[in-house]
Design a protein around this ligand. Structure first.
Ligand code: HH2
Length: 269
């Protein structure tokens, strides 16, 4: 899943793809590099209270749509690849779906009261991502006794709420929310025990690309975290993740292809 942030303030690529033409080109380039789908985000969800200071600015729906729609429309016209929209707002999701988006990536796991009913009505897939608290302050006062177990339990509850609202089980994708209200140690432990989340039986998406927990292991700025991102991607892929949300599509593809080729080598001999 290639990340396409049409935002001025995303933590690693803010401002790079604000021009719709550049965004569309970048999206198509990620598909050409091997992405199976694109995740379009027009509101940064950079959590506040930690390494990112106050966190991302909250964006009104009208501004989010203004950034998103030109890119979504052009990409929809140019490709049949699935297009996901990263939004917490039912109002944005509804218009995005009517403009050809295929799935909704909701980092708040259906917090907007209109979102569950919308997704149920449209019958589209939805990513329910784990987070705790408000984006602006979630990196303060973090408290987990057992992050992997608690995240799995809270996501199971989110999935149950979604199904109670009429969303089909097959439409639900879960995400541990790497970096959202978690310390670096929590993020590492969530990856180490990813199989517990995979064990719930839903497809799992992991978004570790360029995130700050990587720099807690070996210090590097976001643009210098490719090697760490690949390690996290490979770990996640080999512990059951169905989808990887990444900035560096070609590199991730190559890394996983070689890993897989080594695993399969000799099997046919
Ligand atoms: N991470 C970010 C945004 N959306 N969605 C899912 N499902 N999983 C994630 O881990 C996730 C997400 C944050 O990363 P990024 O989009 O690169 O930055 P920003 O939120 O600052 O735009």
């Amino acid at each position: 899943m290639g990340i396409l942030n049409v935002t001025p303030d995303s933590f690693s690529d803010g401002g790079l793809w604000l021009d719709p033409r550049a965004a569309v080109e970048h999206g198509l380039a990620m598909l050409a590099a091997g992405a199976d789908l694109l995740d379009l985000g027009a509101e940064s969800t950079r959590p506040g209270g930690g390494v990112y200071g106050p966190g991302a600015e909250e964006v009104p729906a009208a501004r989010e749509l203004e950034r998103l729609l030109p890119v979504l429309r052009q990409l929809r016209a140019a490709t049949d690849a699935p297009l996901s929209v990263d939004t917490r707002k039912a109002e944005v999701a509804e218009i995005a779906l009517s403009e050809g988006a295929d799935l909704i990536n909701d980092v708040s796991a259906l917090e907007d009261p209109g979102m569950a009913a919308l997704v149920a009505r449209r019958g589209c897939p939805v990513i329910l991502m784990h987070s705790r608290g408000e984006l602006a302050t979630m990196q303060r006062g973090i408290g987990f006794a057992d992050p992997a177990a608690e995240v799995a339990a809270e996501l199971a509850e989110a999935a149950a709420r979604a199904m109670a609202a009429g969303i089909a089980r097959e439409a639900i994708i879960l995400d541990p929310g790497i970096g959202f209200g978690k310390t670096a140690e929590h993020n590492l432990d969530l990856l180490r025990r990813l199989d517990e989340l995979v064990g719930l039986g839903y497809p799992v998406v992991v978004g570790a690309s360029r995130k700050s927990f990587l720099a807690a292991v070996v210090d590097a700025p976001p643009a210098g975290r490719l090697a760490g991102s690949l390690a996290a991607a490979a770990w996640a892929a080999h512990h059951g993740a169905a989808l990887l949300r990444v900035h560096d599509v070609a590199e991730t593809r190559q890394f996983l292809a070689v890993w897989g080729a080594i695993e399969r080598a000799g099997a046919a001999a």
